[in-house]
Design a protein around this ligand. Structure first.
Ligand SMILES: [Zn+2]
Length: 277
């Protein structure tokens, strides 16, 4: 039975990923994500449903438009596969099978759809940030609004069993996330005399805190800074000139938050153990 559910999670994740591709393209262009139906950006032909099946269609068409043969970026396939992988991982986190992944156990089955929503938002925000250096408000402010609502419905999101403690955990998390990065943004701007931290990152951390709590905020900031430094130094070593411009920080924050979601308490526990030796 577990295998059937895992397959469903993968298929559903790929479909959501397919929709995220639409969101990533259209939201920053202020286009509706519902209408019009998907079409080739080059020849404008509508993509019929049987050519709009996640993963399979891209592979079957060899990554090209059916009619005009314009290449379709492999990123579309990547976003679908990534989302499918994340959805399966959340399900495996719930079943704790296979145990070798060492993920933090989910305390409530309702966390599965909630984490799916959260991770879908991170995927969307990450790729929009790569393309446009912004994170859409529908992801960040949306997360800050939906996080507390989910926390009332499922207090287990914050290790609580009554609604007001779930809400408390969400509001504290959101406040710490938003407040800390707001401080970094304001102080950074004073010191460097230019924008040090985008306001989209501030709002994103508000959403991360509202979903995952204040400990996740601290972990995410540390992890994202470390990952960002490694990536930055790698770019310098490779003599890439992209460092001249701004590097989007949202993808690193998203990575940090996702690592916390799957392994955070385990990593924190191991770290505290080392400290107490
Ligand atoms: Zn075409």
């Amino acid at each position: 039975m577990g295998f059937v559910f895992a397959c469903f999670a993968a298929f559903f994740g790929a479909c959501v990923g397919s929709f995220l591709n639409v969101c990533i393209w259209r939201i920053p262009r202020d286009e509706s994500v519902i209408a019009p139906r998907s079409h080739c950006p080059k020849c404008e032909r509508l993509i019929p449903w049987y050519l709009n099946i996640p993963v399979l269609s891209w592979v079957a068409l060899g990554g090209k438009c059916r009619w005009c043969r314009t290449p379709i970026s492999i990123r579309y396939l990547g976003v679908e596969l990534l989302t499918a992988l994340l959805f399966v991982m959340v399900y495996l986190q719930y079943t704790q099978q296979p145990s070798l992944l060492e993920m933090v156990p989910l305390s409530h089955e309702a966390l599965i759809p909630i984490y799916w929503v959260f991770l879908a938002g991170l995927v969307c925000g990450t790729f929009v940030d790569f393309d446009h250096m912004i994170i859409p408000d529908s992801v960040t402010i949306g997360g800050m609004v939906v996080g507390p609502i989910f926390s009332v419905l499922v207090p287990a999101m914050h290790g609580a069993d009554v609604w007001y403690l779930g809400l408390k955990g969400s509001l504290i998390g959101g406040g710490v996330g938003f407040g800390l990065l707001y401080l970094v943004a304001v102080v950074g701007e004073k010191i460097f005399k230019k924008e040090a931290m985008g306001f989209g990152d501030v709002k994103l951390m508000g959403a991360v805190g509202a979903f995952l709590g204040w400990k996740a905020v601290l972990f995410t900031i540390v992890t994202a800074s470390a990952a960002g430094s490694v990536a930055g130094l790698t770019l310098i070593a490779l003599k890439k000139n992209e460092l001249q411009g701004r590097i989007p920080f949202g993808p690193y924050l998203s990575l940090g938050a996702a690592v916390w979601l799957f392994w955070g308490e385990r990593i924190l526990g191991a770290y505290l153990k080392i400290l107490s030796l």
